[in-house]
Write a protein that binds this ligand. Structure first.
Ligand code: FES
Length: 204
């Protein structure tokens, strides 16, 4: 057992290093904190999970234009929707105004209206209407779309990723049977929607 150093992540790392150096005959399991430590989970999310394609759902859940469901991925609220052009989108579910959730549950809609101040988004995430803001000088309606995450579909499974992948591999590549679904691959230019939308982005 490694010597406790006070920092839980350092403790886990020290114990993992110790285990890695053992002969096979002396092998032992991971320390319990490896599975339970919130600090270690944060590191895994930052360095591993946010950089991997993760499944967020199945296209069978949204067969028709306007179908949507909400999800949470690594603590961030998402909106998975088939837009009016039949493209599957994975959007931030955080209103660009003051951070309210844009949608809840699942359903079918032509647009999403935030219940707080009625900012209204199209199903592709673009902002359609922002009451009381249209006349505000320099208010950029186009600049307030819901951030889009990269999205790929493989065998009807919808995958998304927080950060641009380190390799060109993506679901459906390397011999995987490609899907006939229309996908959207564009990398959001933000770290996480919740961090970005924690404050207002409009003027009111
Ligand atoms: S927080 Fe969504 S419209 Fe104000």
């Amino acid at each position: 057992m490694g010597m406790a150093r006070g920092n839980p992540v350092d403790d886990i790392r020290a114990e993992l290093s110790e285990i890695a150096g053992l002969d096979q005959d002396s092998a032992r399991t991971m320390p319990p904190a490896f599975y339970t430590s919130p600090e270690f989970l944060e590191i895994e999310q930052e360095h591993l999970l946010r950089r991997q394609w993760l499944c967020v759902g199945h296209t069978g859940e949204i067969p028709q234009p306007g179908d949507f469901f909400t999800a949470e991925l690594l603590g961030e609220p998402l909106l998975v929707v088939r837009d009016q052009e039949n493209k599957v989108r994975v959007l931030s579910n955080v209103c660009r105004h003051r951070g309210n959730l844009v949608a809840e549950g699942k359903g079918n809609t032509k647009r999403f209206m935030c219940q707080y101040h009625a900012w209204t988004y199209r199903t592709d995430g673009s902002l359609l209407r922002a009451p009381y803001m249209e006349d505000v000088k320099n208010f950029d309606l186009k600049g307030c779309a819901l951030p889009r995450l990269a999205c790929e579909i493989w065998n009807h499974f919808i995958s998304s990723i927080w950060m641009p992948p380190r390799s060109h591999w993506r679901p459906g590549s390397k011999g995987c049977r490609p899907s006939s679904e229309t996908t959207t691959t564009s990398y959001a230019t933000f770290s996480t929607p919740a961090k970005m939308c924690g404050g207002r982005t409009g003027n009111a």
